[in-house]
Write a protein that binds this ligand. Structure first.
Ligand code: ATP
Ligand code: MG
Length: 425
């Protein structure tokens, strides 16, 4: 496994003759979209441009199921950062930092030799032609370039499981040559599936739920209930930090924070007893629905997983659905905690979720929670509470924040990302 990044420094600094560093993107499900494909691709190209804007203004050129990302006067270091940043854009499967060279065999030869210079181990050449007007077929090009590299550097060819793969893609006006690449998120471009509101605790699950729905093309806003004034502001800081991290997947995220402590106390004093947890959740959902409608969202998203805690039995989930008309999306419903934690680690929210805080829901929770909440009992309780009015007030009290992702590579010092993602050839 290797990349350009793994090549010796002198190789990286020495661009092939006539070569321009660019990024070649492989798209995911977008290419399957038939009639809507044009719309999907345009949205995806917009999302790519927006995500990399703090690093560079780029052109995104759409070409037969791939995107070419170019920049006027591009330099290698900038295009490396652009490629890395694009791996967070939903809808991209691979980002390859490639050399764009002239559409002739000599240019390809030079670029191939430059790229393989200083490498050890086995290699394979994989060519494809998106434009057949080229003097060699793909397999002729494979053999020709393979022989050239072996003759020059003595590296053996190995077609199955090589240490290095040199890819050559012949396009309309140019040829792309690259080795290695960065895996992207896959999925659909954010914004393609509409808008929804995530109920965001400071826990592990809801950030993963948000991620999974963004990956299905939803643009999301976030709603957090804090236990204030009976808890400190820690849970708000956590929600803010989580949204800021998740913002790398969509940009422009909004976080709404509602102080929930007094409402919880009212639920408790109205004799909710074992129903308190479900009654609280229903009130959160009703508040969420009011806010979602204001934001033109058409669904709510939660991190519920079946059976994970007492409020997540099938009976209780049914009682939660009954509280609102909007659909409640629960992308984690069938996942194990271990799977959820793995995903949280990958999207870098786990460490934030594991910071200590006082969850608003544990503050006033009864010792034994109801696992089979009856909807009639809940409705009666809500009548006593005037829950509709309460939800109105809560939604009104929401404070809006704009947590913005700070790309670690675009700081003024221009430092490299802390942990580059694993690279596969
Ligand atoms: P999480 O890890 O997301 O907190 P959990 O396993 O702790 O989930 P619960 O605490 O029962 O489960 O919460 C279930 C879902 O309810 C959460 O995933 C979230 O969507 C929503 N939720 C819970 N607490 C809050 C809160 N304080 N603010 C907003 N939403 C919340
Ligand atoms: Mg929780």
């Amino acid at each position: 496994m290797t990349t350009l990044d793994a090549a010796p420094a002198d190789v990286r600094q020495k661009p092939p003759v006539d070569g321009e560093p660019c990024v070649l993107l492989k798209l995911g499900e977008v290419v399957l979209k038939g009639k809507n494909r044009e719309q999907f691709e345009r949205r995806l190209a917009d999302n790519v441009r927006t995500a990399v804007r703090p690093i560079a203004r780029v052109d995104v050129i759409r070409r037969h199921g791939v995107f070419i990302v170019r920049k006027h006067d591009a330099d290698l270091a900038t295009m490396d950062r652009v490629a890395q940043r694009i791996t967070d854009v939903m809808g991209i499967v691979w980002a390859h930092r490639a050399w764009l060279v002239g559409k002739d065999v000599a240019s390809v030869e030079r670029a191939a030799l430059e790229l393989m210079d200083g490498r050890t181990g086995t290699f394979a050449v994989r060519s494809r032609r998106r434009d057949k007007r080229f003097p060699m077929t793909s397999s002729e090009l494979d053999r020709h370039i393979g022989t050239l590299i072996t003759d020059r550097y003595g590296q053996p060819v190995r077609l199955k499981d090589p240490d290095h793969t040199l890819s050559i893609e012949v396009d309309r006006d140019e040829v792309f040559v690259y080795s290695g690449g960065l895996p992207g998120q896959g999925g659909l471009p954010v914004g393609m599936s509409g808008r929804a509101l995530v109920l965001m605790s400071g826990g592990i699950d809801s950030p993963v739920a948000a991620y999974r729905m963004m990956r299905r093309g939803l643009r999301v806003d976030y709603l957090h209930f804090s236990g204030m004034p009976f808890t400190g502001p820690e849970s708000i800081y956590k929600a803010y930090a989580l949204v800021r991290e998740l913002d790398k997947f969509q940009g422009g995220s909004r976080l709404f924070v509602v102080p929930f402590g007094k409402a919880q106390q009212q639920i408790k004093t109205s004799g909710a007893d074992r129903l308190a947890v479900i009654a609280q959740r229903r009130l959160m959902l009703r508040t969420g629905q009011l806010l979602a409608r204001r934001l033109r969202g058409t669904a709510l998203i939660t991190g519920d997983a079946l059976g994970q805690v007492s409020s997540q039995t099938l009976t209780n989930i049914t009682a939660l659905d009954d509280a609102v008309d909007l659909p409640i999306l629960r992308p984690l419903v069938g996942m194990d905690k271990v799977e959820i934690m793995d995903q949280a680690r990958r999207i870098r929210t786990l460490a934030i979720s594991e910071l200590p805080d006082e969850d608003c829901c544990t503050v006033l929770a009864p010792r034994r929670a109801e696992t089979k909440a009856k909807i009639d009992d809940l409705r009666q309780l809500e009548k006593r509470l005037d829950a509709g009015e309460l939800a109105d007030q809560l939604a009104e009290s929401a404070q809006e924040h704009r947590p913005t992702y700070a790309d670690p590579t675009s700081s003024s010092t221009g430092s490299a990302p802390e942990t580059p993602r694993e690279t596969v050839t």
